[in-house]
Design a protein around this ligand. Structure first.
Ligand SMILES: [Mn+2]
Length: 323
């Protein structure tokens, strides 16, 4: 069991670097903070470094003593943790600051994980990285406090789409039932994350909704967001908001969001499935990865060509499964 190896690595070493993926969101940030609080309780030195700063709607979790910028001067760590990343490149520029000769530990729940580290603890049935860190607290007999409960609660809340995606299990709910006792105001957390949109966000949403297309024959719905709508990109929370509208359409099986990037020959894609189609396979075809019901990739072509290529691959997958 790799969780044992994770615990051994924690016990054997003194100082740790924790990182996660670009496009930082609730699970990546909440999981990293949860692990950092666990390590602190074990009297270890720990620093969290991500390529992206803490997103605006997750500022309520921020901890400046633990989270340092990419260019911070840090002591050489004994070991590094990479959370919520299916492959090494997902941690972006942080890959350059991790010493090559220290143990690398992956903690992740993506089915597409490439197991690229020295120790790979991958549980694709876990709802979130946060849920795995919760499990680590239990295994190591470390007590929760308000801070650790709040970040793990947030991680589980966001990666389960507020406890509705298919990996939400009785274990997830039991974990949340325990964490919420630490004076966590579910309504307040929800407001921070999902009800703090700016007027500008709403204008982007309005324009994005205008791009909605639906293929009723193949049960696909999608949005195409070029740089006229949002330049160069929209934040991950906004992507979720928009995708939720496509998901909510009756009978739609697969939906996706196509976004332009600063490079006109690169388009970013977020894919979602209601369960019948494994969209991680479609993302994988284009060099990406993720989960059965939620995945992403970057397609190296113009946004128009990416749209055509994606539709072709999705239709192939739907023909096989449903037709
Ligand atoms: Mn995750």
């Amino acid at each position: 069991m790799s969780i044992k190896k994770v615990i051994q690595t924690i016990n054997k070493n003194k100082s740790f670097l924790i990182t996660s993926h670009v496009g930082l969101e609730g699970d990546a940030l909440g999981g990293a903070l949860g692990l950092a609080y666990l390590l602190k309780r074990k009297k270890k030195d720990v620093v969290i470094i991500n390529e992206d700063p803490v997103p605006r709607n997750y500022k309520f979790l921020d901890n400046k003593a633990l989270i340092k910028p990419l260019d911070a001067k840090i002591k050489r760590p004994d070991a590094a943790f990479i959370l919520d990343c299916s492959d090494f490149s997902r941690c972006g520029k942080v890959a350059n600051i991790i010493p090559k000769d220290i143990p690398l530990v992956v903690i992740d729940h993506h089915i597409s994980n490439l197991k690229f580290a020295d120790i790979n603890w991958v549980e694709s049935k876990s709802s979130s990285t946060g849920e795995m860190i919760y499990k680590l607290f239990k295994k190591m007999n470390v007590a929760f406090d308000r801070k650790s409960a709040l970040c793990l609660y947030t991680a589980m809340l966001t990666d389960t789409g507020s406890f509705r995606f298919s990996m939400t299990s009785s274990y997830t709910h039991a974990a949340v039932a325990e964490l919420i006792k630490f004076n966590i105001d579910a309504n307040k957390v929800y407001q921070h994350i999902y009800e703090s949109n700016s007027y500008e966000d709403m204008m982007i949403l309005r324009k994005s909704l205008n791009t909605l297309k639906v293929d009723t024959k193949y049960k696909i719905a999608w949005f195409k967001i070029n740089k006229d709508i949002a330049a160069p990109d929209i934040h991950s929370n906004q992507s979720e908001n928009i995708l939720d509208f496509a998901r909510s359409i009756k009978d739609v099986e697969v939906c996706f969001l196509l976004k332009s990037t600063t490079d006109k020959n690169r388009a970013r894609v977020n894919l979602r499935s209601k369960g019948k189609i494994d969209v991680s396979k479609i993302a994988h075809f284009f060099g990406g990865g993720g989960h059965k019901n939620a995945s992403g990739c970057t397609i190296r072509s113009t946004i128009g060509k990416a749209e055509k290529d994606l539709l072709r691959e999705i239709k192939k997958a739907i023909k096989k499964k449903i037709k």
